[in-house]
Design a protein around this ligand. Structure first.
Ligand code: DX5
Ligand code: ZN
Length: 244
């Protein structure tokens, strides 16, 4: 009898631990630190300073084609994977995501752009291409994210709404850190919700301690911040305000 009671106690413990983890993972107030403009040599100390406020490390991969800028995405990823303990959130701003995916095995989230899977004849999502990419990402055990640029209509998301874990709404034109948030892009967050999307809404570009509250109130659950965090005179305090 005592054995059964103990077993039940242990089971309860395991279950509550698991539900806490799921809750944490699905919390609607998460911060992903964009390390685009952080010097690699300083990365470890900067992340350590912010360990209590950041949930993910956001890695921007740019190929010089989809966006004019280029980043050493693979090196940034390898470094972060080797030396950091936070889960990695990879944002692929590349023309051919399929070519690059295998470099990012080990990430928790891999996001690619919807503009790269649009069939230019029909102006609809190439579902075959989407399914191939999504399956490979899932094969790594990562969440599947789809990103959308400011001038792309969110209607294109409808056909894949139930097939992705995360939608990344770009609030600046992708390519560079340190730009100002384009206010009209915030409507996209609400529109995606109205379409019935229940997954994670990530928002990226120009977010600061001043506008984070507004962005979250619109429905964002995962906020990417680069300049507004690392360039603040007190990054930890800025992180705390953003997470409030
Ligand atoms: C822009 C990148 C963003 C950017 C965010 O193309 O996708 O992740 O680094 O940086 P801030 O917060 O400086 O806009
Ligand atoms: Zn990004």
């Amino acid at each position: 009898m005592q054995g059964t009671v103990n077993f039940m106690k242990i089971l309860k413990k395991i279950r509550s631990g698991r539900s806490k983890r799921v809750k944490k993972e699905m919390s609607d107030n998460m911060l992903s630190a964009s390390i685009l403009n952080v010097r690699q040599l300083e990365l470890h100390s900067k992340i350590a300073e912010l360990k209590d406020v950041i949930d993910y490390i956001h890695i921007d991969v740019m190929d010089g084609i989809f966006v004019s800028n280029k980043t050493p995405g693979i090196d940034m990823f390898k470094n972060a994977k080797r030396f950091e303990t936070k889960p990695l959130d990879v944002h692929l701003m590349v023309e051919e995501p399929e070519r690059e995916l295998s470099n990012y095995d080990g990430a928790s989230i891999i996001t690619f752009h919807i503009e790269t899977i649009i069939d230019t004849k029909t102006m609809t999502v190439n579902m075959e291409k989407f399914e191939r990419i999504a399956a490979e990402i899932r094969g790594f055990g990562a969440k599947v994210g789809i990103a959308i640029k400011p001038n792309t209509t969110e209607n294109l998301l409808r056909s894949i709404l139930r097939k992705v874990d995360l939608i990344l709404v770009m609030t600046v034109e992708p390519g560079y850190g340190g730009q100002a948030l384009i206010p009209s892009t915030l409507d996209k967050i609400e529109n995606v919700k109205k379409m019935g999307f229940t997954g994670i809404i990530e928002v990226d570009g120009g977010i600061t301690k001043e506008n984070a509250k507004d962005v979250k109130e619109r429905g964002a659950s995962l906020i990417v911040v680069g300049t507004g965090l690392f360039e603040d005179e007190d990054p930890l305090e800025a992180g705390k305000i953003i997470k409030e």
